[in-house]
Design a protein around this ligand. Sequence first.
Ligand SMILES: [Zn+2]
Length: 257
Amino acid sequence: MNLQLDTAIAKKFISNSQKIRVMTENWVARNLFCPICGKAMLHHYEANRPVADFCCENCNTDFELKSKSSANGELGKRIADGAYSTMIKRITSNNNPHFFFLTYYNYQVNNFVIIPNHFFTPAIIEKREPLSDNAQRSGWVGCNINIEKIPNSGKIYVVKNCTEIDHHIVVEKFRQTSFLKTSNIESREWILDIMNCINNIESEHFTLQNVYAFEKELQQKHPDNNFIKDKIRQQLQYLRDKGFIEFLSRGNYHKLK
Ligand SMILES: [Zn+2]
């Protein structure tokens, strides 16, 4: 995989954002494979298609590409995306594309991450301030994706710190997350919340008490639920059944992914 962006193809474009868009899309079209079926090439949609940028014609799956410059390769906290209302509608109707996130520096790709669409919930989408009266699209409200709220297993690296990750590992990691594909957004939110709690526990071994420590935080996110501890135990069981964690003994767990 050549990590260099082809600057020559963007010469005829004037604005920097257009140049970057053309170069990064070209890089994806040349280098990426489908993380679901492993097929080598992705089809690049015509420009300005509102929903997605790429499609795997083999398994009929859509992908959206976002990119940003990052000298140290850090993904950052947020990724700016399109209209807030459109994004929420896409998530709640389960027709969101999967997400490609590329960071680059000096026209070289330093990180490339796939975020499967089943990691998207309205909770990670933030409303931006409406555009000012002077703006061309005055009143338009865009959104940010808060990627800090996405558990680690939802950030599947294809390139990490300028190093290519083996294709089979990428496809396998993607497959391991497919248990999240549930039409029920609320239950998906709960699973992701507990996955995040587990991510935030530093050691590989942890106890039920370690997860109970997030009770207050979870209560704030789910004010209508009066049985947070019960919910925590239920989600831990679910994550065990899905191979995400292992039960060692009563109240003792081990992270698997
Ligand atoms: Zn495919």
